[in-house]
Write a protein that binds this ligand. Structure first.
Ligand code: G3I
Length: 486
C-alpha cells in the first residue's frame, strides 16, 4: 500500500492573486466571477463548512449597495448584529424597558434570506446600560439583574439563534496573560463566577440547539490567552449552581475574534494548533469577528501590502478549513466604509473584503480562491501526495480507490482530504478554476469546464481542464507539471 501524505505546493498555494490594486483580481478568478453566482458562503458550504458570515446592523439599512450584498445568502450565510443586541442597546432608555426592535429587524431579514443568525452578546463589559454602570451593586443585586437580562433576552430570541456569544472578552487584554480582566464590572462584583453563572442561566433558557460560545480577541495570537480560554471552559464545566446542580452550565464553542493586522497574522500551523486546543475539548470553533487591517492608511497601502493582506486572509481561511471542528468564519463587517477599526484606531483600517464603494477587493478574491480550491478537493479531486518516497497520491471521489495512509482505501473521507491539503498549506493550483478534477469524468463546478479523469490503478492520472491546460501527474514523480496546449 502506497504511503500517502499531502502534497506541498507552498508557492502555488500562497501565490499572489492580485497585487496592483485593491479591486483587481487575477484574470483566472475574474473569469469565474463572470460565469457563475458563487459567493463566499456558497463556496464555504462546498468546502464542507457551515457558514461564511458577516456582522451588520440597522444603521446600514439605508445603503442599498450594502444591503444587496448582506442579503445575498450565497455571499453570507450567517448574520450577526454588530451592536443592536448588546445589553446597552436593548435597554437604552429606562431600566427594565427592553426594546428588541432593531435586532428583530436584522433577525427577520436573516430568516427571510435563509441565513443563520448569531446572537451577540449577552455578557460583555462594554456597551452596558447606563443604570448598570452607575449603580452600586452587591453580589445579590447584580446576580439578579444579570440573570434577568440573560433569561429575558435568550427567551425572546429562542431558536432563532444558531449560537449565542454568552460571554465576551472576560480575559485580560495583556498579551501574555491568562488571567481574567479585572476591569469588568462583573468581575469586580462577582469575581470569576460571573462566567459560569452566565453560561448556567443561558443553558437553562436557551434552545437546546443553540450553541453557547465564549468569544474573545487575541486568542489566535497569544498562547497564554488561549490557555486562559481553556481555563474558562473548565470553570464552566465544573460549575455548581447556587442550588447545587452540577454539569448544567453548557459551553459548545469558542469564537476567536481575529481582529488582525497585515503582516502580523499567525502562521498556519500556529492557527490550526490554537483551534485544535479547543476542538480537543470537544468544542466547535469559529473565527468570529475577522478583519485584517493595514496598520497605516497614510500613505495608502502599496501593492506589496495589499498582496500581504491577501495572503494573510488565505492563511486564516485555510486554518479553518484545516480543522474539522471549525464550523465557519464571520467577518466583522465586510466593507471598509463601515469598519469599526477606522473609528477605534484612526489611521488604520482597510481590513475588509469590500472597499468603501461595496466593490470586492483582492482580499475577497483571495478568500474565494482558497474556498474554491477546498471545495474542489472536497468534491473529489486532489489532496494528494508525493512528498515522501516519490509516491503519487490520488485523492479522488468516493467511487475511486485511494491507496495508502490518508487515503484509507476506497471511500476516502473527502473532508479529511480537504483538511490534509489545507494543513500542509497547499492545495494544488487550479486549472482555470477546475483544479485537478479527476473523479472519472465528473463534471466540475465550472459551467464550461469538464474534468476528465483517467485513473490507472491510482498510479497515474491525467486531467484535462477547461481552457486547454493539461496536467499530468505520474506515479513515482515528486510533483506535477502543467503544459499549456493551444
Ligand atoms: O449609537 C450611537 C449613536 O447614537 C451616536 O450618535 C454615535 C456617536 O458616536 O455613537 C453610536 O454608538 C456607537 C456604536 O458603535 C454604534 O455605531 C458607539 O459610539 C461605538 O463605540 C460603537 O462601537 C462598536 C464597538 O463594538 C463598541 O465597543 C462597534 O460599532 C462594534 O463594531 C464593536 O464591536 C466589538 C464586538 O461587539 C466585540 N468584539 C470587539 C468588537 C470591536 O470593538
Amino acid at each position: 500500500m502506497a504511503r500517502i501524505t499531502a502534497l506541498l505546493f507552498a508557492s502555488l498555494f500562497l501565490s499572489p492573486l492580485s497585487a496592483a490594486s485593491p479591486t483587481r483580481a487575477s484574470p483566472l478568478l475574474a473569469s469565474r466571477q463572470d460565469t457563475d453566482n458563487e459567493g463566499l458562503h456558497s463556496l464555504m458550504l462546498a468546502a464542507g463548512k457551515l457558514f461564511f458570515g458577516t456582522a451588520t446592523d440597522v444603521r446600514y439599512l439605508d445603503n442599498k449597495a450594502h444591503q444587496a450584498i448582506v442579503q445575498n445568502p450565497n455571499e453570507f450565510g450567517m448574520i450577526v448584529p454588530e451592536n443592536s443586541q448588546k445589553w446597552g442597546e436593548l435597554e437604552k432608555e429606562d431600566k427594565g424597558k427592553v426594546d428588541f426592535t432593531n435586532t428583530d429587524i436584522i433577525a427577520a431579514q436573516a430568516k427571510g434570506n435563509g441565513q443563520l443568525f448569531r446572537c451577540h452578546v449577552l455578557v460583555w463589559g462594554a456597551q452596558l446600560p447606563s443604570y448598570v454602570t452607575s449603580t452600586s451593586w452587591t453580589e445579590k443585586t447584580l446576580s439578579d439583574v444579570l440573570q434577568a437580562h440573560i433569561t429575558t433576552t435568550v427567551t425572546h430570541f429562542g431558536s432563532q439563534c444558531y449560537s449565542w456569544d454568552v460571554v465576551s472578552e472576560a480575559l485580560s487584554s495583556s498579551p501574555d496573560s491568562n488571567t481574567l480582566s479585572t476591569t469588568s464590572l462583573f468581575h469586580q462584583v462577582l469575581g470569576a463566577s460571573y462566567i459560569p453563572f452566565s453560561f448556567y442561566w443561558t443553558s437553562l433558557a436557551a434552545d437546546p440547539s443553540s450553541k453557547l460560545y465564549y468569544n474573545d480577541f487575541n486568542l489566535e495570537l497569544s498562547p497564554s490567552k488561549a490557555q486562559g480560554a481553556v481555563d474558562i471552559v473548565h470553570l464552566i464545566r465544573n460549575y455548581t449552581s447556587p442550588t447545587g446542580e452540577k454539569n448544567k452550565a453548557r459551553i459548545d464553542g469558542i469564537g476567536l475574534q481575529s481582529h488582525l493586522f497585515v503582516s502580523s497574522v499567525p502562521s498556519l500551523p500556529s492557527l490550526t494548533s490554537t483551534l485544535e486546543l479547543f476542538t480537543n475539548l470537544s468544542l466547535e470553533v469559529s473565527f468570529s469577528e475577522l478583519d485584517i487591517s493595514h496598520s497605516s492608511l497614510s500613505p495608502s497601502p502599496n501593492a506589496t501590502q495589499i498582496e500581504q493582506q491577501e495572503k494573510d486572509y488565505m492563511t486564516v481561511i485555510s486554518a479553518c478549513l484545516a480543522v474539522k471542528g471549525c464550523v465557519g468564519i464571520t467577518v466583522w463587517g465586510f466593507s471598509d466604509k463601515y469598519s469599526w477599526v477606522k473609528d477605534a484606531f484612526p489611521g488604520k483600517g482597510g481590513g475588509c473584503l469590500y472597499d468603501e464603494n461595496m466593490k470586492n477587493k483582492g482580499s475577497w478574491f483571495a478568500v474565494a480562491e482558497v474556498l474554491r480550491r477546498a471545495g474542489v478537493v472536497r468534491r473529489g479531486a486532489v489532496a494528494v501526495d508525493a512528498s515522501l518516497d516519490g509516491e503519487v497520491a490520488v485523492a479522488v471521489n468516493s467511487t475511486t480507490t485511494v491507496e495508502g495512509e490518508g487515503g484509507g482505501g476506497g471511500g476516502r473521507d473527502p473532508d479529511e482530504a480537504v483538511r490534509k491539503a489545507a494543513r500542509s498549506g497547499e492545495l494544488m493550483r487550479g486549472v482555470n478554476g477546475t483544479e485537478l478534477m479527476v473523479a472519472a469524468g465528473e463534471e466540475v463546478g465550472d459551467a464550461q469546464g469538464k474534468g476528465q479523469g483517467v485513473v490507472n490503478g491510482a498510479r497515474r492520472w491525467v486531467v484535462t481542464g477547461w481552457g486547454g491546460w493539461v496536467v499530468v501527474m505520474g506515479w513515482g514523480f515528486w510533483g506535477f507539471w502543467g503544459i499549456l496546449s493551444s
